[in-house]
Design a protein around this ligand. Structure first.
Ligand code: NAI
Ligand code: MG
Length: 504
């Protein structure tokens, strides 16, 4: 398959011949031959629950469909776990913790975790294709980011498992027991790794629920747990909707619960667990500001802004969904941004040239459309490139709103789509004030040539991560987490391990 064979654009020829101009597909972009990734995702027609080391039919007898959002076809049937299934998973996890995993020396646990990472690397292409088909993200994202980062998290935490005496110097650590975890659909495999790897390294056992639209790669990873010989019951995967998630969070055996998802559901969980002695970590929404000063390398900043909000369809909790740009360079930055998104390729997520894939679900597409309509109604100026969208599947054009003020809903609410709101500022203090004027505090970006300004901004911005002259960079060694309504607790690094142990 030739990836980069360009066909001659037909518009200049048509223009010269005086014929009507053909419809633009990607603005004035050169057309490429399709270059789909062809690895076999090895999907099963039906996925059962993974409890006690075995795939088990749900007590409920119920299944639901997992849909490919790129073309609305059914990929597989997924079991819908009820309270009895969740209970069986907790019983299996408790047995595994008390008899095997919690007692095993860390250096022995490390071997299993290394094995999981290596087996995932062996099947990386297969997993990338499955991730893209189930979730809608471009193959270049799942292939170059999600799957390698997932493996990296297992490798990193395997490395900790025999060094746990250094997690809290001067103190000894012990596992908490069984932990319950619920994750979202934007990074199905990576969120799984963020949740599982530190918990496993510490000696905890797990009951985890993937999101209902993206359960397949979690269950494929369960095949790897079997191949790695991970003892039965150490990781249990229960699939289903919010009711299953609530049962996982509320089970009495759970010593700790960890949740990543919407602030709304995070608050429901916190309310329901108030008064219990469960430990809790929450990674919730965000409304990050990417702040561009007039001395910034503008072209790099434009790339960073595009990477921060448009790639992965803006399905990123730390997405740079607000651009704060200094007034003196605002016109230049906006013009360059518009040019850049004119040439983004939106369409088949399996195509290696695709920049923006499918929106994860019909519901999420509806949420994005609703908030964008509110942006227009509130008086912001909308720009969308004239790209043609596939006729089937859930797609949304990259969208830039200018003339946005802090009171606009599109400047305050998480949209979770490829939608950027542009605001301007004049002084450093105004930039800090506007960036912090949000209920959230997950991340921020600063673009400037001045090191001192970077240090000042990173101190004053109330955000868990501040990227300087880059955006959306991740590493397993680096703790990630929020301030305010973006949640509490950290994932990654030594700090992340502290959230999965008790100090003795
Ligand atoms: P959600 O918060 O409803 O879903 C996340 C996970 O929680 C899923 O696995 C879901 O099944 C589960 N869940 C739902 N209700 C639950 C309950 N009562 N108890 C326990 N678990 C429950 O997010 P949703 O509805 O998919 O997306 C809505 C909005 O949330 C998005 O538009 C976006 O703004 C935000 N979001 C933020 C994420 C983040 O990483 N911070 C991830 C996903 C969504
Ligand atoms: Mg929901």
């Amino acid at each position: 398959m030739s990836m980069l064979t360009a066909k001659k654009p037909t518009r200049p020829a048509a223009r010269a011949a005086g014929r009507p101009l053909p419809e633009l597909i990607f603005g004035d972009l050169w057309e490429y031959d399709p270059a789909p990734e062809t690895a076999d995702p090895k999907l099963k027609a039906r996925y059962d629950l993974f409890i006690g080391g075995r795939f088990t039919a749900p007590a409920s007898g119920k299944y639901f469909d997992s849909i490919n959002p790129a073309n609305e076809t059914k990929l597989a049937e997924i079991a819908h776990a009820n309270a009895a299934d969740v209970d069986a998973a907790y019983q299996a996890a408790k047995k595994a913790h008390d008899n095997v995993w919690g007692r095993m020396p860390g250096r022995e646990r490390a071997k299993y975790i290394y094995r999981i990472a290596r087996l995932l690397q062996d099947r990386a292409r297969e997993f990338a294709v499955a991730e893209t088909m189930d979730g809608g993200k471009p193959i270049k994202e799942s292939r170059d980011f999600d799957v390698p980062m997932c493996a990296a998290h297992f490798f990193y935490h395997a490395g900790w498992a025999d060094k746990l005496d250094y997690v809290a110097p001067g103190r000894r650590v012990a596992p908490l027991g069984v932990v319950g975890q619920v994750i979202p659909w934007n990074f199905p495999l990576l969120m799984l790794a963020w949740k599982l790897a530190p918990a496993l390294a510490m000696g905890n056992t797990i009951v985890i629920k993937p999101a209902e639209t993206t359960s397949i790669t979690a269950l494929k990873l369960a095949e790897i747990f079997q191949d790695a010989g991970l003892p039965a019951g150490v990781v249990n995967i229960v699939t289903g909707f919010g009711d299953t998630g609530a049962a996982v969070m509320g089970h009495p055996i759970a010593a700790k619960v960890a949740f990543t998802g919407s602030t709304e559901v995070g608050k429901i969980i916190m309310r329901s667990l108030a008064g219990t002695d469960k430990k809790m970590t929450m990674e919730l929404g965000g409304k990050a500001a990417n702040i561009v000063f007039d001395d910034a390398p503008i072209d790099q900043a434009v790339e960073g802004i595009v990477n921060g909000i448009f790639f992965n369809q803006g399905h990123v909790c730390c997405a740079g969904s607000r651009l704060l740009v200094q007034e003196t360079v605002a016109a230049e930055v906006l013009a360059k941004l518009k040019n850049r998104i004119r040439v983004l390729r939106i369409g088949d997520p399996l195509d290696k040239n695709t920049d923006i894939g499918a929106i994860n679900s019909k519901e999420q597409l509806g949420t994005i459309e609703r908030l964008v309509a509110i942006g227009v109604k509130d008086g912001a100026t909308m720009f969308q490139p004239p790209c043609k969208l596939p006729s089937k599947g859930y797609y949304f054009r990259p969208t830039i709103f200018s003339g946005v003020s802090m009171s606009h809903r599109i400047a305050r609410e998480e949209i979770f789509g490829p939608v950027l709101s542009v605001l301007t500022f004049r002084t450093v203090d105004e930039a800090v004030e506007k960036a912090n004027n949000t209920a959230y505090g997950l991340s921020a970006g600063v673009w400037t040539d001045k090191g001192t300004r970077i240090l000042k901004m990173s101190t004053e911005l109330k955000a868990g991560v501040v990227w300087a002259n880059t955006y959306n960079k991740f590493d397993p060694t680096s703790p990630f987490g929020g301030y305010k309504e973006s949640g509490f607790g950290r994932e990654g690094g030594r700090q992340g391990l502290l959230d999965y142990c008790k100090l003795i």
